[in-house]
Design a protein around this ligand. Structure first.
Ligand code: HEC
Length: 234
């Protein structure tokens, strides 16, 4: 039995470190230096504080041109809004809890249509790309000629996009007092869109985590019984 103690102890330590690394309170600074998205990685969880701020960015800035038709006001409760707060957001947008988030109807801008953003994180290389795109505006370098109604953007394939720069410092007022830098706004809306693209991400990762624990215990039991069986049957 003593020989089983060391592996058991080691396993417990590994399990504990997983638990310690699992969901934790969000701090705006953590997402930016270095830029990392809490939702990424095998056990990543949505940073709900960031996603709530991202919803504010979406409604006050992006909704002028884009829709997020796959999300309803009731779904915002999963981000930590109380039913009253979600109902308040819906009422402010002229809808109710069962309405899709208020957004723009499809329109033509410089030959491009602002896409529905519900699944954009899945349709593009991920939240980091969304962040890079939103912060990728710059004056066009010498020698680059822009198409009419287009703006230079280093992250966009081809280097020019029909979407004008949407974010700037102070573009929103955050309810939680987080800094309203362009970078913070971009990181937050990217986390919000990670959630809209995969609202069950947290549940899936939790199941994965429980499966790891379950199979680890199963392995330990298998080792113990193997030793017992082979000792007595000699
Ligand atoms: C003034 C209108 C307008 C606003 C405001 C706006 N967008 Fe856009 N957006 C567009 C248009 C037009 C396109 C299509 C660009 C293209 O294909 O060249 C687009 C494209 C995108 C894309 C897809 C880029 C790609 O790789 O194809 C993303 C992501 C995006 N917008 C996110 C946002 C977010 C997030 C906000 C709010 C912070 C926002 N947009 C605000 C007009 C807008």
């Amino acid at each position: 039995m003593r020989r089983i103690l060391a592996p058991l102890l080691a396993f417990s330590l590994v399990a504990l470190s997983f638990v310690a690394a699992a969901p934790r309170a969000a701090h705006a600074e953590d997402t930016l230096s270095p830029l990392k998205f809490q939702s990424q990685g095998a056990l990543g969880t949505i940073d709900k504080a960031a996603a709530q701020r991202g919803f504010q960015v979406f409604s006050s800035v992006c909704a002028g041109c884009h829709s997020v038709s796959g999300v309803h006001y009731r779904d915002l409760e999963a981000l930590g809004l109380t039913p009253d707060q979600a109902a308040g957001e819906a009422a402010a947008a002229g809808g109710n809890l069962d309405s899709a988030l208020k957004g723009a109807a499809p329109m033509d801008m410089g030959g491009a249509v602002p896409p529905d953003l519900t699944s954009i994180v899945a349709q593009r290389p991920g939240p980091r790309y969304i962040y890079d795109y939103l912060t990728g505006y710059a004056p066009a370098p010498a020698g680059v000629s822009l198409l009419p109604g287009h703006y230079y953007n280093a992250a966009f394939p081809g280097g020019q996009t029909a979407m004008p720069a949407a974010l700037h410092d102070g573009a929103v007022t955050y309810a939680d007092g987080a800094p309203t830098t362009t970078a913070q706004e971009a990181a937050d809306v990217a986390e919000f869109l990670t959630w809209t693209a995969d609202p069950n991400l947290d549940a899936k990762h939790l199941i994965g985590f429980r499966a790891i624990i379950f199979f680890a215990f199963l392995a330990i039991i298998a080792i113990i019984s193997k030793r017992k069986v082979w000792r007595t049957s000699l």
